[in-house]
Design a protein around this ligand. Structure first.
Ligand code: ATP
Ligand code: MG
Length: 792
């Protein structure tokens, strides 16, 4: 066997060693959180290179985030004592973009294709729905976007879907038409949406065997982290890449046949949190069947967390059915108790977080070793506000926010319009931004002109004089087209515009500055009367700084490289590192990461489990895995916090403790007193969620205004209730009284408040509120849609 550099096996336990040393066609490492899966994968790469079994260029490693990829590359480098050039360590999306940039010309795209993020996709879908008047048939942008994405994750396209569609159903006919138009618009724009990046790469391999063979020959070792979250398209991609290469009979080149690449996957089905994106837990369960003869290695010792944290994690996850029971253990000792905190409000909770972080910092924990997690992005507002006020430096990870800002999208559209002249959407966006007196009618006319003459939108702009528009408008359009052409030339003096290839020689920052100058975009912002405009101008300057930074890090980087990086980063995680700051992120982003101290906030019903997930089949189990992921990020200290009321959608609503809190043995949590709350000795126990009752489990944050009522249900009764009755075993259903007709004078019965009389009904649609005088519970305001009420 190969002889190993001892340093590569240093400190590993026996199964970990085995996982590094094993050689064979396929290896599956299944293990709980923090057991060294990612570490083992990293060492395995280093050992393959170190023992000369593989060139770095023969390795393809797939990680979950760009950040994880960067870390893995760095660690492999450190283990080898040098950076290994040519290794592909990246996310599924980045790897596919690299392949598509090289190969897209095989199937009618240019290598300067645009990547549409979900916002771009929605803009396009919105336009199509409008054109087909599909909204009158009940189609919504998010409904269509979700369905198309789901289909693409299953590798279905408009045609394959149409083949199995029921054309007697007008809804389905219409959907097929929308899907078709969407597909057509994307390819006309020389663009891929996010799901296409994977799906079209699979298509490419299947349609062009010689292309597939190139990559099968190249990548001899494929390693996938977080395998439990791969969806069908990603699974198929791996399958394609690991197929053997057949000898080509009759080929003039000597093409020897090759066995399939060796495949190593690591994962933990308890951490599968992307079912909503089509992730298929079966991929891991059925790995042994799909890759016959696969070696399976289990890891059980956890090296990350204290026993108290692990015990909590084990207790929570053991409530999920359908899983292999595995218990994580550690030899580092119990450590500190978990700290629990119940605040009055989201602000109160945020203040607790800020105070504790400050305390930890004073006691020697660097800010960078602290993370704050939340279920939804909306929760950041209170946290950010208080952290700023408390002078705690922080950074929001996975913050797509910057790149979602309108002004940033505007400026990026200029760059995209330069890089990809086919992208009509980008051109339309900048046509009248800043204002040039070009109206929507002209915008459409240009589109029609382009279509009838089969030219690009940009070419149509150049030929605007043929449209017979007014001289001012024509001049404005032609000027803009000229500006874009000049930018194209600036990037690549040898290439005329419109051939799509942008082998840049000029710097991205230079081009961007020129575009901003010439278009007057920033000047227009500065002249604007909106007080926000100054901040917007600053954001644009920040983007210029990002391009400079990019050029510094990638001296040969092209505009297309920059746009690729932006779209992938914006979709996944941050450019900057988070040294010296507390990291804020959603639970989904937290996967794979670890921090000395973790604050898991908003541990409430309707947030965790999320309201949307609570009623879906498998939803509460998936949310429990998410909670498990959050808990297992903590090395030494874990804080679980919640609030009694939370501001959402401009309303303050009563919040209930998450059902999952009850699953953690009480002795593991030290509940801290919330300021001003009446407590019994021993701290504040969160009031428990009422268990299921006849008529279905009702578990909704009722929209009773905080000022009206803070009626938490009886805590002591709840605490003594046997565990089996906790509603985690009940598929909770959110009530929908949307159609309940109520008017002043009606008598109703409320599950908790008993009978009462409606005094008034205000608001409309889903926001209708009943003002009720209960016979014994006093006056309340109830959101009719979800309140547990019936009319008498
Ligand atoms: P997750 O499921 O959260 O992705 P993981 O299984 O990938 O976790 P790693 O991140 O690889 O786990 O490892 C968790 C921590 O344990 C890391 O800090 C790692 O350095 C450390 N670790 C792993 N194996 C060992 C070992 N044999 N000895 C000491 N520390 C180890
Ligand atoms: Mg990992």
């Amino acid at each position: 066997g190969p002889s190993f550099n001892d340093a590569l096996l240093d400190g590993l336990n026996p199964p970990q060693k085995e996982a590094v040393e094993y050689r064979g066609p396929s290896l599956l490492i299944v293990a709980g959180a923090g057991s060294g899966k990612t570490s083992v994968l990293t060492r395995r790469i280093a050992s393959l290179i170190d023992s000369r079994e593989a060139w770095p260029s023969q390795i393809l490693a797939i990680t979950f985030t760009n950040k994880a990829a960067a870390e893995m590359r760095e660690r492999v480098g450190a283990l080898l004592g040098q950076t290994a050039e040519g290794m592909w360590i990246s996310t599924f999306h980045s790897a596919c973009v690299r392949i598509l940039r090289r190969e897209a010309e095989n199937f009618g795209f240019t290598k300067a294709f645009t990547i549409y993020d979900s916002h771009d996709s929605r803009t396009l879908i919105k336009r199509i729905i409008k054109e087909l008047q599909a909204d009158t048939f009940g189609f919504t942008v998010s409904g269509v976007a979700g369905k198309i994405s789901k289909l693409k994750n299953e590798l279905a396209d408009a045609d394959s879907y149409a083949r199995s569609a029921n054309f007697d159903d007008p809804q389905e006919r219409l959907f097929v038409e929308i899907f078709r138009q969407y597909t057509r618009s994307l390819s006309a724009a020389n663009a891929f949406d996010f799901d296409d990046l994977i799906g079209q790469t699979v298509y490419l391999f299947r349609a062009f065997p010689h292309v597939a063979a190139t990559y099968r020959r190249r990548f001899r070792h494929i390693l996938v982290d977080e395998y439990q979250d791969t969806n069908h398209a990603q699974y198929s991609l791996i399958r394609e890449l690991t197929l053997p290469v057949e000898e080509e009979p009759g080929s003039d080149q000597r093409t020897a046949s090759l066995p399939g690449a060796s495949l190593t996957v690591v994962g933990d089905s308890d951490q599968s949190i992307y079912a909503f994106r089509g992730a298929d837990i079966r991929n891991i369960v059925e790995f042994e069947r799909d890759f016959s003869g696969a070696k399976v290695i289990l890891l059980e010792q956890n090296y990350r967390s204290t026993q108290n944290i692990l015990s909590a994690a084990n207790a929570v996850i053991s409530n999920n059915f359908d899983r292999k029971d595995k218990k994580l253990w550690t030899d580092v000792g119990n450590g500190e108790k978990i700290v629990g905190f119940t605040g009055y409000s989201g602000h109160d909770e945020a203040q607790f977080v800020a105070d504790e972080v400050t305390k930890l910092h004073e006691q020697g924990t660097p800010y960078k070793d602290v993370a704050v997690f939340y279920r939804t992005n909306a929760q950041t507002r209170a946290l950010e506000e208080i952290l700023i006020r408390s002078a705690v430096p922080y950074r929001v990870l996975g913050g797509t926010r910057f790149y979602e800002r309108a002004e940033i999208k505007d400026v990026l559209a200029y760059l995209i319009a330069v890089a990809n002249p086919f992208d009509a959407m980008a051109l339309r966006r900048i046509l009248n931004t800043p204002k040039r007196g070009i109206g929507p009618a002209t915008e459409t006319a240009l589109g029609v002109f382009a279509q009838t003459n089969e030219i690009t939108y940009r070419e149509a702009m150049r030929r605007a004089p043929e449209l017979g528009l007014g001289p001012k408008v024509t001049g404005a359009i032609v000027d803009l087209a000229k500006m874009l052409d000049e930018a194209t030339l600036l990037l690549d003096p040898d290439q005329p515009a419109d051939d799509g290839s942008v082998g840049a020689t000029g710097s991205v920052a230079e081009v961007l500055t020129m575009l901003l100058d010439r278009s007057g975009y920033v000047t227009a912002l500065r002249a604007g009367r909106d007080p926000q405009d100054e901040a917007r101008a600053e954001n644009v300057e920040e983007l210029v700084a990002v391009t400079r930074e990019f050029q510094k890090n990638n001296p040969g980087g092209t505009l297309v490289d920059f746009l690729t990086e932006v779209s992938l980063v914006a979709a996944a995680d941050e450019l900057d590192d988070s040294s010296g700051t507390v990291s804020l992120m959603t639970l989904h982003t937290a996967k794979g990461l670890e921090y000395e101290a973790v604050f898991l906030t908003g541990v409430e019903e309707d947030l965790l489990p999320h309201r949307m997930a609570a009623t879906e089949p498998g939803g509460p189990a998936e949310e429990r895995r998410l909670f498990y992921v959050g808990i297992t990020r903590a090395r030494k200290r874990l804080y679980l916090s919640l609030a009694m009321t939370r501001a959402q959608f401009g309303e303050t609503a009563v919040a209930m403790p998450s059902r999952y809190l009850q699953e953690i043995p009480a002795e593991l949590i030290d509940w801290r007193q919330s300021p001003g709350m009446a407590t019994s000795r021993g701290g504040t126990q969160p009031r428990a969620l009422n268990a299921s009752r006849p008529g279905g489990g009702f578990n909704s944050r009722s929209a009773v205004r905080a000022s009206d009522s803070l009626s938490f249900r009886d805590a002591d009764a709840a605490a003594s209730r046997p565990k089996a009755e906790w509603p985690n075993r009940v598929t909770a259903q959110v009530r929908d009284n949307g159609n309940l007709e109520l008017q002043a004078g009606d008598r109703i019965r409320h599950v908790d408040f008993g009978e009462g009389r409606v005094n008034a009904v205000t608001g409309e649609g889903t926001k209708r509120v009943a003002h009720v005088q209960f016979d014994s519970a006093g006056a309340k305001k109830l959101l009719i849609k979800i309140a547990p009420i019936e009319k008498l």
